[in-house]
Each structure stands twice: as C-alpha cells, then as structure tokens.
Design a protein around this ligand. Structure first.
Ligand code: BDR
Ligand code: CA
Length: 318
C-alpha cells in the first residue's frame, strides 16, 4: 500500500524540491498540498505549488489555501533568500492561475483528509506551523489520527538563520510552533536547521543533479539560481553551520516521511518553544533534564542516509 502524505508548504525553493521528491517516490500518494504564509505571501505560495504540479504533470493533486498570517506575531517573508515570488523571481508566463485552487480551506481539508484515512496519513510540514496549530484547535483529536508529523523547523544549538537564535519556520509563527510541539501526540520527527546544515551535500552533487537533461532539471536550475548565488555570499556563509554545502532543508523532513530507514541516528527528547525571550523568541527548547515533565518526546533527527537522499533528489528531476 502506498504511503499517504499531506504536505503543508510555504513554497519557496526547498519546499519545491521536497514536493518534487514526494511526487517522484513510487511508494507515495500525495493526498493534497496545503499552503501557508511564509517564504512569500500566501498567493505566491499557492501559485508556486500549482506551478510545480504543472511541471511534474500532476495538476490532479488538490491544492488548498491556508493561513495568510501568523497567529499572533508579525508577518515575515524570506524574499531575499528564495526570491520575492518565492521561486527565484524567474516567472513562467504560462504558469497556472489561482482559479485552480480548491474552494475548501487548507485547515478544513487537512482535518477531512486525515479523518478519511485514520492512522494512515503522514503530515509533512515545511512551512510556519500556523495551519497545523489551527487544525488541532478546530479538531483536538486531529494529531492522534495521524501516522506521524515530519517537521522542518527549529534549532538544537541555539543557532539561528533568521534571528540570533531562531530558525525561519519557528520564528515566522512561534505561537503556532509552541501549540504543535505541545499538542501533537503522534510520532513527531524534527529536521532542525543545524541538522540540515550538518547533513548538507557537496555542491558537486548539486551540479550533477541540475545537469540532468530534463525539463524538470531545467526548471529547477531556473528557480534555484537566485538562492544558489545568495548562499555563496558572506552573510549566508555566516548563517550556515561551518562546512555546509547544498542544504535542501525541507527535503530532509520529506525523505524521513517517505522512507523509515532514512534516519540513521536520532534523539528522543521533549521539546517546546520560547515565546518571550528578547533574543530567543521562536527558539526551540530541548528538555534534556526532563524538567518540563512532558510524556511526549520528539524524534530529533541527527544523521541520515545521504546516499538514499541523493537518489531521491536525482529521481525527482528525471
Ligand atoms: C526553512 O525556512 C524556509 O525559508 C525554508 O523553506 C525552510 O522551510 C529553513 O529555515
Ligand atoms: Ca519551507
């Protein structure tokens, strides 16, 4: 039986890479893509998701519009990194329009899809966690009906990429991250920022990946070139954990959801999110001393099978 995925995205470039990996995986059925504010304003997120599905000839997969702003905090985007439009500012005049979006809202759709497939859906969350927080508020039993949740977000060593100590997805909606980490009782896998940097791939792999003679590879090269240039600049080299190369953050969470043997080393620890610190708002907090007395432990990804990762990425552009 195929693995059923719901993918919650803020379609920037690495979200696009994660979606394309899922679409290429033979053991995966994507039930739907739900969109959330984040890397770029929500309309762009939705258009980008449709654009990727068009490139992959999978416009049969439904795309849903979710939350356009965080629960409480200020809205932030990552246009300097992903391009103002979220996909490298390399527009396609024939890209599909928003009329292809589903009428049903993302949070309602998420709840429905999981209800229709109890215990079977893996939710891959590669955006700020606003839609996921709304889902548990609307349906408190939502998390227990999931097979698992696979989150790209947070940090383990207080190393930020957006604020001093904050990773983008958690900083973009700290309250939502707090709600999800404290209310989702299902197996919870976390691909943190530091983990992603430490498991990055050499740029020589990226060259070979993009050099494949396919429409998908040419599409990826177009949307990725802005980010590739930014990553080489001094500012981003400082952000990356030293030695990091090609770091497709969102794709690690996706790969873990697709293949149970992908994560080779992990740590189980209770986690929460700092909501008030002057420097640390949005930072993930790991309770190694068990002072929070939380029953539920998250699975913090440490090392992964990079050969499997490379194969998934290569296949995604074939
Ligand atoms: C995360 O933030 C976004 O910019 C990326 O798409 C990824 O989900 C990395 O911190
Ligand atoms: Ca993302």
């Amino acid at each position: 039986m195929k693995r059923k995925l719901v993918i919650d995205v803020d379609t920037g470039v690495d979200d696009a890479q994660a979606i394309m990996v899922a679409l290429a995986a033979p053991n995966v059925e994507v039930l739907g893509i739900t969109c959330c504010h984040g890397n770029t304003p929500l309309d762009n997120v939705c258009k980008n998701a449709l654009r990727i599905l068009k490139v992959c000839k999978r416009l049969d997969i439904p795309v849903y519009r979710g939350c356009s702003e965080p629960l409480l905090g200020r809205k932030i985007h990552a246009g300097d990194f992903h391009g103002k439009d979220g996909l490298g500012d390399a527009p396609d005049p024939d890209a599909p329009g928003l009329e292809l979006m589903q009428k049903e809202g993302a949070v309602e759709a998420m709840i429905r899809m999981v209800k229709e497939n109890p215990g079977e859906v893996s939710l891959v969350a590669t955006a700020p966690l606003t839609n996921l927080a709304m889902a548990v508020k609307l349906d408190p039993s939502f998390p227990e009906k999931l097979r698992g949740v696979y989150i790209m977000g947070g940090n383990t060593d207080s190393r930020g990429n957006t604020t001093v100590c904050g990773e983008f997805n958690f900083v973009a909606d700290p309250e939502a991250a707090y709600i999800v980490l404290n209310r989702y009782s299902c197996p919870t896998y976390i691909a943190s920022w530091e983990f992603s940097c430490k498991n990055s791939l050499p740029w020589s792999f990226c060259d070979a990946w993009l050099a494949q003679n396919t429409d998908k590879a040419r599409f990826m090269e177009r949307i990725f070139s802005h980010t590739m240039k930014m990553v080489q600049t001094a500012r981003y080299q400082k952000e990356l954990v030293s030695g990091a190369g090609f770091t497709s953050c969102d794709t690690y969470a996706m790969a873990a959801a697709i293949d149970d043997t992908f994560v080779t080393e992990s740590e189980q620890v209770a986690v929460t999110v700092e909501l008030e610190g002057t420097y640390t708002r949005g930072m993930m907090v790991l309770d190694h001393l068990e002072l929070l007395k939380k029953q539920h432990k998250a699975i913090i990804m440490k090392t992964v099978d990079l050969e499997k990762f490379k194969k998934m990425l290569m296949d995604s552009l074939k």
